[in-house]
Design a protein around this ligand. Structure first.
Ligand SMILES: Cc1cc2nc3c(=O)[nH]c(=O)nc-3n(C[C@H](O)[C@H](O)[C@H](O)COP(=O)(O)O)c2cc1C
Length: 191
């Protein structure tokens, strides 16, 4: 089992990063390999719907030569995808949204003259997120969007860890949140 963690927070020592840490420590404890990609460090152009990626069903095939090919390769090499992101305006942050758009076309060869395969069919996907509202009101729309994204892409959605940020004047990370993150990792590992 190999994990690919796609990190959408702009803050290296922010809340999402603090919530992710016990999760990756748990993976390490179980000797599970993972790649951690900080999306704000990458050059990710938005999709322009040119459909170049639909010509060859065996490759990513995007006409842009930015960092998406590397991300595509890392995802192809993993079994479990983790989307880690703070919630911005009820969804993920901009580089993650650009990445999701590039992948929904580049991975799913559904948009040419004939319907082709999903190149990431059967991989598992989970969310780790933090938000200002209670998760039921802050992370619900993102989770729903990602559930549909998974169904469309033939990925297996395996759950979400969402924790509330009580505000800039409070400490985000608590023993409870650390425990939730470890338990979430154990839960995913047991699947
Ligand atoms: C531009 C911006 C937009 C945000 N939008 C939302 C939102 O729609 N819903 C919500 O619950 N929290 C929202 N938040 C709060 C963040 O999700 C929350 O503070 C998060 O824990 C930040 O994570 P980070 O420290 O990893 O950046 C927003 C924060 C920012 C900066």
């Amino acid at each position: 089992m190999k994990y690919c963690i796609l990190m959408g927070s702009p803050r290296k020592s922010g809340n999402t990063s603090k919530l992710l840490k016990p999760f990756t420590e748990e993976l390490e404890l179980h000797k599970i390999k993972y790649d951690l990609i900080w999306l704000y460090d990458k050059h990710i152009e938005p999709c322009i719907a040119c459909r170049n990626c639909q010509k060859d069903w065996t490759i990513f095939g995007c006409r842009y030569s930015d960092d998406m090919q590397e991300i595509f390769d890392k995802i192809c090499d993993c079994d479990v995808i983790i989307l880690a992101t703070p919630i911005y305006s009820w969804y993920c942050t901009p580089p993650m949204k650009s990445m999701l758009d590039r992948l929904v076309y580049g991975m799913n060869k559904y948009y040419g003259d004939e319907k082709g395969p999903s190149l990431w069919k059967g991989k598992k996907l989970a969310i780790i997120t933090t938000c200002g509202y209670r998760p039921e009101k802050g992370a619900d729309l993102f989770e729903e969007g990602i559930k549909r994204y998974c169904k469309h892409s033939q990925l297996k959605y395996i759950g979400m860890l969402a924790e509330r940020d009580p505000g800039y004047k409070s400490t985000f990370i608590t023993d409870d949140k650390i425990e939730h993150s470890k338990l979430f990792a154990q839960q995913l590992i047991s699947l």
